[in-house]
Design a protein around this ligand. Structure first.
Ligand code: SF4
Ligand code: SF4
Length: 407
């Protein structure tokens, strides 16, 4: 590192510490560590360096000159950005009531990862993943060919046009790997009388890049997508994936400020409304015993937990067994924030624990509303005896509405 570069890195660290020192002291001075009980990563690694408490305490140590970003960057890989710790934190519970403040561990982790990237401290698999995303404009989906040319291939034969006020945004995993899911969603929307179109050129939402600390790349994707929405006159964006939903409702408004004029809807909210209003009839019974997997970014991060339950309860024949604790205790799949890319063994362990909890309810089906959770959950479900199948909520909706989803 040249002396200019090391001065820049020092400045970036100072700026970071200044921004986050108050919340860090807020946590450090109370230090009750309630958050550890709900942290999915802590539950499998039992390593204090991976705890939300440590994520804040490190900043105190950095301010006092005891640690640098180089000492701690790798610890911050161990977070799925599920938000459970924020809800469990008494600082959120107490101050939140009075001041509407929430302990922002997720933002602290994102900011530390961004500082690490800015300081040249990159995680090898994230680096490769983000480079491939920049290169192909969509996320590399393991072994599936990904390119701009086939991002809308899932819609072949459905007669969907580009443009219009309402746009369906299909995340990279669904667009390239789980194509029957967006096909089911398109049929559901059509059956419910919702008019919608596709983007002319859809790039990755940029959320995962931001979660891994690659903010400049994330902004580049966001700027392209928003320019496309504006050019086609879009006003409302329907998302299937909770990760897109949170990126469009949290990262994009930060990037674009008050000029960001779009209504962002998650499919579970829209479908619950269609069912409630009688525009979509769920009449075909599904005789299964099921529980629901709350995606972290919908439930704990955005407070959406009623609409998926409303849909499940409307499906005839379905024996729906809910989990005991719906909010901060809802258990993560381990797939978020790049953990499955940099530490796949931890994602496997966390998904395994999620399936253990489902098994306690004697179900044969775990219903997910997050396509990124589906792979690790499915794998964990297949390795159990008796087996627990994992299906997406929208596939059940299509089936119960009598819609035939052709591959
Ligand atoms: S994040 Fe909240 S719950 Fe966890 S140690 Fe800090 S103050 Fe306590
Ligand atoms: S956001 Fe989730 S994974 Fe990250 S520290 Fe908090 S509880 Fe743990």
């Amino acid at each position: 590192m040249s002396s200019d570069e090391s001065t820049e890195a020092g400045d970036a660290q100072r700026e970071f510490v200044e921004q986050w020192r108050d919340p860090a002291y807020n946590c450090f001075s109370s230090g009750h560590k309630f958050c550890r009980n709900v942290c999915p990563v802590m539950q499998v690694t039992r390593n204090e360096n991976h705890s939300p408490t440590a994520f804040h305490a490190n900043i105190v140590a950095m301010e006092q000159g005891g640690l640098t970003v180089a000492d701690v960057a790798e610890d911050y890989v161990h977070c799925t950005q599920c938000g459970a710790c924020e809800l469990r934190c008494p600082n959120t519970l107490m101050a939140g009531d009075f001041y509407r403040a929430r302990t922002r561990t997720v933002d602290v982790v994102k900011a530390m990862r961004a500082l690490a990237v800015e300081s040249g401290l990159e995680q090898p698999n994230w680096k490769r993943w983000v480079e491939a995303t920049v290169d192909r404009k969509n996320e590399p989906v393991l072994d599936v060919p990904v390119s701009q040319e086939n991002v809308a291939k899932w819609a072949e034969g459905l007669g969907l046009e580009a443009g219009g006020e309402t746009i369906l945004f299909v995340d990279c995993e669904a667009a390239f790997y789980r194509t029957s899911l967006p096909r089911a969603v398109a049929l559901i929307l059509r059956a419910g009388g919702v008019e919608f179109g596709l983007m002319r050129e859809q790039w990755c939402c940029g959320g995962p890049a931001a979660e891994m600390g690659y903010v400049a790349q994330s902004r580049e994707f966001a700027e392209h997508n928003v320019a496309d929405w504006r050019a086609i006159g879009a006003r409302r964006i329907i998302t299937l994936d909770p990760h897109d939903y949170i990126t469009f409702t949290e990262d994009y408004p930060r990037y674009f400020g008050p000029a960001y004029e779009f209504e962002i809807v998650h499919i579970t909210e829209l479908v619950a409304e269609l069912v409630r209003d009688g525009k979509l009839q769920l009449s075909k019974p599904i005789e299964r015993v099921a529980t629901y997997h709350d995606p972290c970014r919908l439930n704990k991060r955005k407070g959406i937990h009623q609409s998926p339950r409303e849909i499940l309860r409307a499906i005839p024949g379905l024996d729906f067994r809910d989990v005991d604790h719906v909010t901060q205790w809802a258990y993560c799949s381990g797939a978020g924030a790049g953990l499955s890319i940099e530490r796949p063994e931890l994602t496997r362990a966390i998904s395994g624990q999620r399936l253990d909890r489902a098994a306690q309810l004697d179900v044969d089906l775990l219903v997910s509303a997050c396509v990124w959770s589906e792979r690790p959950l499915t794998e964990a479900g297949e390795h159990r005896e008796p087996r627990i199948e994992v299906r997406d909520l929208m596939e059940l909706v299509a089936e119960s509405a009598g819609l035939e989803v052709t591959p």
